[in-house]
Design a protein around this ligand. Structure first.
Ligand SMILES: Nc1ncnc2c1ncn2[C@@H]1O[C@H](COP(=O)(O)OP(=O)(O)O)[C@@H](O)[C@H]1O
Ligand SMILES: [Mg+2]
Length: 413
């Protein structure tokens, strides 16, 4: 009964948790790759600084200190390039060199060479004597290792997110089920209470009705003033009996585990109801327009289905002014039996339409139009249609009319 709410809870929980996990994974990836890149640039800067200290230009000729054995200093994926003060390449060592010209303003450069991303750091070479700028040294390194580490991190994070999500889904199902349990229990208790209370109210109401009937059958024993009072009591008791019956019907409807369903002929139900309501329609000079196909069978409960269409026809008649029209249309639509009850009545606004199936809800227009309704009729209709795995929809326009459509799975006997 609360499954839909439970799924909604679960879905919102999963969406929020996925968003949090994704944010967390992205943050970890960003911080990790950022600090890894910084570390790499720092290492390149140290190497570049050593190379710059060990280099000197003598009449435009590059001299590298013998203390700085280039080949030993640079690692497998690194390279060194020397430039003179005019940014002209003088010497390069190593495989992973950038082809970009150096930019003295830009210390850090990146370039893709033969499909490999290279990261470089450029440092100035200053003369020992007067600290004058005499050239540049550029240290570069391929980012293959870096990319590989990040790819491994991505796989790790991806797996972590998926596993955490799967585990949290299982936990979520368990938690939402646990959370819904007390709500479901109290709802069932409330329903049982309604059923019990309505049931218990039936006997005293029956006693009142019986006594009032006896009094009204023997008016000579009472004063005319008392007879009037008895009539008021009888009318109020009738109303109360209707309410109690409707409440009991609703409370029981949700509890019933598909009662013994049989093939029910909708055509027959509708014609019987038309006969039943003919007098009421004539009274209001309402025209019935009828179009009912033959042999519309549904697997269901005759009493419940009769009640569904009785409530809809009754509403159509009640909320349609004098000389209006009520149209009953029942056809086969694929695997469905489709019954439309359309009227030219007071209609409803879109906001009202959202509430009509709620228990005890009545539009204010309806109150002034018809006193004595309880707003339970459509709640009963909805519950019974649901019991039959059917669907009810409604379209309506204020002051123009309403159309209720009930679709029920067809039974092929
Ligand atoms: N055919 C209709 N035309 C206009 N309003 C309707 C129609 N059917 C239902 N309604 C609105 O929906 C409300 C709920 O209907 P229902 O559950 O049958 O209760 P009741 O008829 O006892 O008021 C009505 O009070 C009325 O406002
Ligand atoms: Mg009604």
């Amino acid at each position: 009964m609360f499954q839909k709410t439970q799924y909604k809870f679960l879905l919102s929980y999963i969406v929020i948790f996925t968003a949090l996990l994704a944010t967390f994974a992205l943050a970890v990836r960003f911080v990790f790759s950022h600090s890894l890149k910084e570390k790499l640039i720092e290492n390149l800067t140290i190497l570049g600084r050593n190379a710059a200290i060990s280099s000197e230009f003598d009449d435009e000729k590059l001299n590298i200190d013998s203390d700085f054995p280039v080949r030993e200093f640079i690692a497998r994926h690194q390279a060194l390039q020397w430039f003179d003060s005019q940014c002209k390449l003088v010497l390069q060592q190593g495989e992973y060199v950038l082809s970009l010209p150096i930019n003295p303003e830009q210390k850090v450069q990146q370039q893709r060479v033969k499909g490999i991303r290279l990261q470089s750091v450029t440092l100035p070479i200053n003369s020992y004597e007067n600290n004058r700028l005499i050239g540049y040294v550029r240290v570069s390194q391929s980012l293959e290792d870096f990319d590989e580490t990040i790819a491994r991190l991505d796989i790790g994070l991806g797996c972590g997110v998926v596993i955490t999500l799967a585990l949290s889904c299982i936990g979520g199902v368990f938690l939402t089920r646990k959370a819904m349990q007390p709500i479901e229990e109290s709802f069932l208790k409330l329903k049982q209470f309604t059923a019990d209370a309505s049931h218990e109210l039936r006997s005293p109401l029956m006693a009142i009705t019986a006594n009032v009937e006896v009094a009204l059958e023997n008016p000579e024993e009472f004063r005319p003033k008392d007879i009037k009072k008895f009539k008021a009591i009888a009318s109020a008791t009738d109303q109360m009996t209707c309410l109690v019956e409707d409440l009991l019907l609703l409370a029981r409807s949700d509890q019933v585990e598909k009662p013994r369903y049989e093939a029910v002929n909708i055509e027959e139900i509708l014609y019987n109801l038309l006969e039943l309501y003919e007098l009421q329609a004539n009274h209001k000079k309402i025209n019935f327009k009828v179009n009912i196909a033959e042999s519309l069978y549904v697997l269901g409960d005759n009493v419940q289905l009769t009640r569904v269409f009785a409530n809809l026809i009754e509403n159509a008649l009640q909320y349609t002014p004098l000389c209006g029209a009520v149209e009953i249309n029942a056809v086969r639509n694929g695997q469905q039996v489709c019954v439309k009850v359309k009227d030219t009545g007071i209609g409803m606004t879109p906001e009202q339409l959202e509430q009509i199936f709620e228990r005890f809800w009545r539009a204010s227009e309806a109150r002034s139009y018809r006193a004595g309704g309880f707003g339970l009729g459509l709640a009963i209709v909805k519950s019974f249609v649901k019991n039959h795995s059917g669907n009810i929809t409604v379209t309506s326009q204020l002051n123009i009319g309403s159309c209720f459509t009930v679709s029920l799975p067809m039974h092929r006997s």
